[in-house]
Design a protein around this ligand. Sequence first.
Ligand SMILES: Cc1cc2nc3c(=O)[nH]c(=O)nc-3n(C[C@H](O)[C@H](O)[C@H](O)COP(=O)(O)OP(=O)(O)OC[C@H]3O[C@@H](n4cnc5c(N)ncnc54)[C@H](O)[C@@H]3O)c2cc1C
Length: 440
Amino acid sequence: MQAIYWFRRDRRLADNEALLEASGNQLAVAFATEEFGKLLPNRAHSLLSSLQSLDAQLDNKLNLILENPAKAISDLATAYGVQTVFAARAYDTSGMLEQAEVAEALQQIGVALKLIGSYYVVTPGTVVKPDGSPYKVYTPFWRAWSQIDTPNPFPKPELKLMEPKVRDFPNIQANPTINIKAGEDYAAETLERFAQKVHQYESTRDLMAISGTSHLSHALAHGEIHPRTIINRLGTASEVFIKELCWREFYADVMFRNPHTLDDYYDDRFSQMEYDSGETADKSLQAWKDGATGYPIVDAAMRQLSSTGWMHNRARMITASFLIKDLHLEWQTGAEWFESQLTDFDPASNSHGWQWTAGCGTDASPYFRVFNPVLQGKKFDPEGNYIRKFVPELAHLDKKTIHEPWLAIDGYANGYAERIVDHAQEREETLRRFQELKNN
Ligand SMILES: Cc1cc2nc3c(=O)[nH]c(=O)nc-3n(C[C@H](O)[C@H](O)[C@H](O)COP(=O)(O)OP(=O)(O)OC[C@H]3O[C@@H](n4cnc5c(N)ncnc54)[C@H](O)[C@@H]3O)c2cc1C
C-alpha cells in the first residue's frame, strides 16, 4: 500500500512510533506550513534548518508545502492517490486544531488520518488522581508520572520512500548571529555531551554564565529527539533533570485539558488585575525587548534571546518577572515576544512558564514573590560573566559593580542605559495591585 507520513513537531526517524507504524507502506513524506512568511529570523532560521536536516535524512524526498496544512495534505493525498495519512498526535491547542482541520479535509476525499503516539513520555490526559480528576499542581503530578515506566525507544524504521512532488524550500534571510545546529544526529550528539556531565546538573543548572543545562530544548521543540530516548539514555542518573522533563509533560497535560490557556489566564481572576497600557507601557515594552531596561541581568538575558534564539531558564524567570511585576504588563505580551524569538518555542511550556511567573498559572508562585533583578544577578551570575558577554557596555566593571552600575563612578562610561523604573517602588506597586485584586 501507499500512504503519506505527515511530519509536524516530530522531525526524526528514530523512536518515532507513528512513523514506524506507517513504514509498512510505500511512503510519501510531507511537511506543510503557512508560517514561514510570518516568522521572525530566529524562528524561520531554526525551522528551516530543522527541515533541511530532516530532508537530508529522507534522501531529499521531503515534500515541503508552504500552504495551509489542510489544503496541502489533502491535495497531496489526491496527487499520490493514497487512502491513509499517518502522523503523531498533537496535544497543544493549535496542533489539535490543525489536525482536526486536516482530518476533516481528508475525510471529504475519503482519506483517513491515523494519529499515533505523542511528543511525550506519558500521553497528555492520562495521568489522573485516584478519583480520575486531573492534577492541578506539579508535585503530585510528578509523583504519579514517575511511577509510570518509560517504554523502550521505538526502532528506526527502514523506509520505502516515493519521489517528492512539492519542494518549496524557502529562501530566507538567516540571522547571522545565531548558530543553529539542527537535526536528529545533532540532537543525539547533544544528548551524549550532556550524559557526560549530567552529574553536575543539580549544582550548575542555575548558573547563567556556564553551560550547565542540557540544551536539549531546541531538539525537543522540533521533535528531533523523543524524551523517551533521553530518559532511556540517562536512566536514573539525575532525578533533578528528569523532574525538569516532567515539567514539560505537566504543562502539556494542563494545556491539553485547558486549551484556552495558550493565550488566556489559567486563573481567570487575574484578567481583572490592573495592568499598564498606553505610550509609557509601549516604551517600557520596547526597552525590555531591546535589552535596554537599565537592569544588567535583565538586559543580558533579553540580548541573549534576540542574538542566540535561546535563553537560560533562570533568565526566563527573571525577565518574565520583570515584565509582569516591574513593568506591570500582561504576561501574554511577553509570551508573544518569546514565541517570536525562541528557537525552542514550545506552546505549553512558554504559556505556562509565563503564567507560573505571573502567579496566574498552576503552581502559582506566591503573589508576594517579586524577583529582585539585582539579587538574582548577584546570586546566579556571581562573577558577572553572563552580563559581560551580552552587555559589552558593562564589560569594564568588576563583579561587585557590574550588577549595580549606578554605584560605580564609570558605570555609564560606555553608554549603558539608565534604569527605566525603580525596582523597589514597582515591587510595592505590584503588591498593591495584588492586594486590590484579593479584596475584590
Ligand atoms: C517564561 C518562561 C518561558 C519558557 N518558554 C519555554 C519554551 O518556549 N520552550 C521550552 O522548551 N521551554 C520553555 N521554558 C522552560 C525552560 O526555560 C527551558 O525548557 C529551558 O531553559 C531549556 O534549556 P535546556 O534544554 O538546557 O534545559 P534543561 O534544564 O536541560 O532541561 C531539560 C528539558 O526539560 C524541560 N524543561 C526544563 N525546565 C522546564 C520548565 N520550567 N518548563 C517546562 N519544561 C522544562 C525542557 O524540555 C528542557 O529542554 C520557559 C520557562 C519560562 C520561565
